[in-house]
Ligand binder design. Structure first.
Ligand SMILES: [Cu+2]
Length: 228
């Protein structure tokens, strides 16, 4: 080895060091970006939740008749109700170690069959219940004088005949069944920060089994639940 090659070796180390510093900086920017997002959520929290002891409210809206593509046609979809309106449910952000008040407003009037047995049964919520309002089959009736709302009803399961969708996080043992045309309220806590996958577990999608299209596409009937 002559002095030239040892000089080259030194340069290589220097270049590698610079590259490492740059990539480290890149990672810092990426982490900062994620942190900014969390900060944005925190601002939302301040607006919708007056104190840290009150539940953190997450509102999801299920709309129907959304065009998926020309082959599949319309599909139902979950959206997050954010400060600027309906946002993608591909990632749903919420705090860990804090009571979550989950409100699901479902405009879908059609029922769908279960993909997994018993997913009409509530699990993982406070008291193992959901509170269902504004569903004609559960707590209101319709007559010549209009719709009579009888108030909400607390349920431990939703009859399969009126089940439209579920909000299910298997690794949290969380299952919130959603009747057709209803507003559902459930409380739960995520004990461990992390990135979880949520699904709808009714056959509400495309294809012979109903598991394609919306069912298998993030931001429609599946996505990430990010607890931090
Ligand atoms: Cu669904």
């Amino acid at each position: 080895m002559n002095s030239n090659s040892s000089l080259t070796g030194g340069l290589t180390v220097a270049v590698l060091a610079v590259a490492l510093i740059i990539s480290g900086y890149g990672a810092a920017i990426a982490i900062g970006g994620a942190g900014s997002h969390v900060t944005t959520s925190t601002v939302t929290t301040t607006v919708t939740n007056s104190s840290a002891s009150s539940p953190y409210v997450v509102t999801l809206v299920i709309t129907t008749g959304n065009t998926f593509n020309s082959t599949v046609g319309a599909q139902p979809g979950f959206y997050v109700l954010g400060p600027n309106g309906l946002e993608s449910s591909a990632s749903i952000y919420l705090p860990a170690h804090r009571l979550i008040k989950l409100v699901i407003v479902n405009y879908d009037e059609g029922n769908a069959s279960l993909v997994i047995p018993n997913d009409n049964v509530v699990s993982g919520t406070t008291n193992g219940t959901v509170f269902v309002a504004s569903n004609a089959n559960v707590n209101s009736s319709q007559g010549r004088s209009g719709i009579v709302i009888k108030g909400g009803q607390t349920l431990t399961s939703v009859p399969p005949a009126i089940l439209a969708h579920t909000f299910t996080v298997p690794s949290l043992n969380l299952n919130v069944p959603v009747p057709l045309s209803s507003t559902v309220v459930a409380y739960f806590t995520v004990d461990k920060a992390g990135n979880y996958i949520w699904f709808c577990e009714t056959a509400c999608g495309f294809g012979s089994t109903g598991t394609a299209g919306a069912m298998s596409t993030p931001g429609w009937m599946t996505g990430s639940l990010v607890a931090s």
